[in-house]
Design a protein around this ligand. Structure first.
Ligand code: KG4
Ligand code: ZN
Length: 341
């Protein structure tokens, strides 16, 4: 262990994953423990906030202990404690935040509050240790769809965002309507491989507008209308075709807007982040389009795309070396804006 090394113990509990990780110098993941509640929420067709909070309380202690032991570290050797403090479900956030504050207080270590989306973007710094700003990032998750220009570490310009449903939310709602269950993204991804993406023409959300904003609720309604109309007429629905055609519309708009955003900024470096970044069609199409344009593309491995604490540890490192720490009055902010410190 070098004196100058910075070890961050990071905690993430904004939605339905209780996670802790030890990250060395922002780039090296020494442990990455994720306790998922997905099986539980699947029973209800989506995340139940109250159940999420209770499960976080049950799991947080052993998740943190395991993160330390997997990293072969004692809590005294940690440089700072990082935690997601927004956006997310307030009850869920508070569990991780209270734990982080208690640790920071007891160990007399600095506390670093991290924005969840900043964490998703930082997953790219772990995936490729040489990847650095400036770049344009498409962040698509269950709660957010943001097109972000990252001019430097911790410096963000939101170029566009969803006006209604997030991309992952649209995947989840459409999957539920087809009867595939929660979470919908991976299920649609799998079903789409067996379907014809040109079978049904669904609208491409906001594709023709010049803005970098998105809107997925019209597309979601178009899929629901298609399903209802066919059901009422007793016409058999090919679920794989619906999945593939819906996915194509989402992927088209995400890819087109990302490429246009990079061109607007004159940047040849693009990154993908968030749970939807694990979608195989999105990864493939964006790679092809970036190659055509001569852009470099970075995409985190699927385990770093969905919620985890390693990404929070990486983001926290860059905040910390830029002098950002928080005191123990830090509160959970469910609607925290990107760039707020
Ligand atoms: O980033 P994340 O784990 O949590 C949030 O911050 O919201 O994202 C979860 C979202 C869910 O909506 C899930 O359906 C979606 O990511 N997702 C996918 C895939 N894997 C997860 N969407 C499309 N294709 C996938 N393979
Ligand atoms: Zn997330």
């Amino acid at each position: 262990m070098n004196e100058k090394d910075i070890f961050i113990l990071a905690i993430e509990s904004s939605c339905d994953e209780t996670a802790a990780s030890v990250v060395k110098n922002g780039r090296e993941v020494l442990s990455n423990v994720i306790s998922s509640q997905i099986d539980l929420h699947t029973l209800y067709g989506g995340v139940v906030p109250e159940i999420a909070s209770r499960k976080h309380i049950e799991n947080i202690d052993w998740v943190i202990k395991k993160a330390l032991s997997d990293a072969n570290m004692k809590k005294e050797d940690i440089t700072a404690i990082a935690v997601t403090y927004g956006p997310g479900l307030v009850g869920a956030l508070l569990v991780g935040l209270s734990e982080a504050k208690a640790l920071a207080y007891a160990l007399k270590k600095p506390l670093i509050g991290v924005h969840h989306i900043e964490g998703h973007i930082a997953a790219n710094y772990i995936e490729d240790i040489n990847f650095k700003p400036p770049f344009v990032a498409m962040v698509a998750s269950g709660g957010h769809s943001h097109l972000v220009y990252v001019s430097d570490y911790g410096k963000f310009e939101i170029m566009g965002k969803t006006r209604d449903d997030a991309a992952g939310e649209a995947f989840d709602k459409v999957a539920r309507a087809i009867g595939m269950g929660y979470p919908g993204g991976p299920k649609i991804d799998k079903a789409a491989k067996l379907g014809n993406e040109n079978a049904i023409e669904f609208p491409e959300p906001c594709l023709k507008e010049n803005s970098f904003d998105f809107s997925f609720s019209g597309l979601k309604s178009a899929v629901l209308n298609y399903l209802n109309k066919n059901q009422m007429q007793n016409i058999e629905i090919n679920e794989n075709d619906v999945a593939a055609s819906f996915q194509k519309s989402v992927v088209d708009v995400l890819v087109t807007k990302t490429i246009n955003a990079a061109k607007e900024k004159g940047i040849k470096k693009v990154a993908l982040a968030g749970g939807v970044a694990s979608n195989s069609a999105l990864r493939k199409r964006l790679k092809e389009e970036c190659e055509k344009e001569g852009f470099t593309l970075n995409i985190p491995s699927p385990i770093l795309c969905t919620d985890n604490a390693a990404m929070i540890g990486s983001a926290a490192y860059y905040e910390y070396i830029n002098g950002v720490t928080h005191d123990l009055s830090l509160n959970a902010i469910p609607g925290l804006k990107l760039g707020e410190k």
